[in-house]
Design a protein around this ligand. Structure first.
Ligand code: HEM
Length: 475
């Protein structure tokens, strides 16, 4: 009896200690200011369906310009803001954070994983992805240098097919087709217009579905995205089988797909077809709408600003004049396209192709006087700096000259590709693809935007409501 009493007392003491220490932890930790919003939904609706710069701007004003808490897409999240926030995040990648994909993205891109199995620990996920995306060097300048001439030819052919003899073309569908044609050539080694036209529609649905409420019933964004992802996978599996056959009969192995097919892990096992399909789908999705959106809005802003068009054309014609007839773009040409690159940066500032990304907190840390607990998510977004007059004078104005060296925006204010170890691995590819487009389009055409007031829809993934028709004038 006595023993039982002692055990009970000990248990009571232990429980009290746990309780007190929990209370201390919660009380001691000064969590960032902010609101978790509604039960279950949190602030997801405001996040997904409002203007991104308004979502962060309102909260930065209300709570703190450095950090605020919220609950989005089912996760307690600290939004780290401003150039200092960007710097902190990009510099502490391995120390405090690992990548985190919102749940709709995990669902859409991880088909090859056993869905019943628990997800691997975040550290391993990161390693796994790093190996696939970064190590093989597919997207490194050395590899891209070899592909540049092909990019130039494909862009010229596409412009010829879709623009020659036309008075008006819709810039958005044109940009999407060119982008996907380039990517299919580069990643898959295919150039089949019907197949690409089919894929465009599917990729649109998957892209929108990456950030949405996970309601899987007919008619919802998530339902459409799932269907589209399944259709892309089916198409890609066919492409993989065709590629294997071609490789078996000695066909060329110049694309990323061929490399994935022959790659083996340390135990000598090759990647299953479903996994290859998922990885390729991930790469194509990451590089598709981002590049297509930038090209589209570049057409809009350059079309609306004839003096900027003239400066871009002067720069590109100087490069064209330095080449013999029929000579294709080379690496050195791209480094001369400085003003054109500023035009691209300014387009991405006004219409960010990607708002920002999430991280998962690996170990509790402090920032700006607040504690962010382990397991929380952290979100960074270009919208905490892009439109701030403190960094960009007259932020609404399209002014590519603001990037010229003497008046360049302060560090970490212009980060369309992110920064640090997780910076977009496709940055160089995107730069070349968009510059090759600019070079060829201004060489042959001048254009006018048909409706300068055309509405832009979609807050996370902006798109012109009517596809941005432009009136073309052939030089
Ligand atoms: C204008 C074009 C593009 C923009 C603005 C852009 C922007 C970004 C940003 C902001 C990130 C997140 C970085 C972070 O989490 O800190 C990212 C990640 C990524 N991008 Fe891009 N991107 C573009 C084009 C591309 C292209 C063409 C590809 C592929 C060829 C690509 C592949 C990827 C991949 C695979 C990731 C994930 C990397 C990781 O999680 O480690 N992107 N991109």
């Amino acid at each position: 009896m006595e023993v039982l009493a002692v055990i009970l007392s000990l248990l009571l003491v232990a429980l009290s200690l746990v309780f007190i220490s929990r209370r201390r932890n919660n009380a001691g930790a000064k969590l960032p200011p902010g609101s978790f919003g509604w039960p279950i939904l949190g602030e997801s609706v405001e996040f997904l369906f409002g203007k991104p710069e308004k979502f962060v701007g309102d909260r930065m004003k209300k709570y703190s310009p450095d950090i605020f808490k919220t609950k989005i897409l089912g996760e307690k999240t600290a939004v780290i803001c401003g150039p200092n926030g960007h710097k902190f995040l990009f510099s502490n990648e391995h120390k405090y954070f690992t990548a985190f994909r919102p749940h709709p993205m995990q669902h859409l891109f991880r088909s090859y994983k056993d869905k019943a199995a628990p997800p691997p620990p975040p550290e391993t996920q990161r390693l796994d992805e790093t190996k696939t995306i970064r190590q093989p060097g597919f997207l490194k300048p050395e590899a891209l240098m070899r592909y540049l001439a092909k990019m130039d030819i494909v862009t010229q052919q596409q412009l010829k097919t879709h623009c020659e003899g036309k008075n008006v073309v819709e810039a958005y569908p044109l940009a999407k087709t060119i982008t996907l044609t380039l990517a299919c050539q580069f990643f898959l080694g295919i150039n089949n217009p019907e197949r690409i036209a089919r894929l465009v529609k599917y990729f649109d649905d998957v892209t929108v579905g990456m950030h949405c409420l996970m309601i899987n019933v007919p008619g919802t964004i998530f339902y459409r995205a799932n269907k589209a992802a399944a259709a892309i996978r089916k198409e890609l599996i066919t492409v993989i089988k065709e590629k294997k056959q071609a490789m078996a009969s000695g066909g060329p192995m110049l694309d990323i797909l061929s490399h994935m097919i022959v790659a083996t892990d340390p135990s000598g096992k090759s990647m299953p077809e479903a996994e290859i399909a998922d990885k390729i789908m991930g790469l194509l999705t990451a590089g598709y709408s981002t590049v297509a959106t930038t090209i589209t809005f570049l057409m809009k802003y350059v079309g609306l600003n004839p003096e900027i068009y003239e400066k871009v054309r002067a720069e590109q014609m100087e490069i064209a004049a330095s080449k013999k007839a029929g000579e294709l773009l080379e690496w050195e040409d791209m480094s001369k396209m400085k003003y054109s690159w500023n035009v691209i940066c300014e387009t991405m500032r006004l219409v960010p192709p990607l708002q920002g990304t999430f991280r998962e907190v690996l170990t509790e840390f402090s920032y700006a006087g607040y504690t962010i607990p382990k397991g929380w998510k952290v979100y960074w977004t270009v919208s905490t700096t892009n439109m701030n007059p403190q960094y960009f004078k007259d932020p609404e104005k399209f002014n590519p000259s603001r990037y010229e060296e003497s008046e360049a925006p302060p560090p970490y204010t212009s980060v369309p590709f992110g920064g640090g170890p997780r910076m977009c691995p496709g940055k160089e590819y995107a730069r070349l693809a968009i510059l090759a487009f600019v070079h060829n389009v201004v060489k042959d055409y001048k254009w006018e935007v048909v409706d300068p007031n055309e509405k832009v829809e979609g807050d996370m993934m902006p798109e012109p409501q009517k596809g941005l028709p432009v009136r073309l004038y052939h030089h």
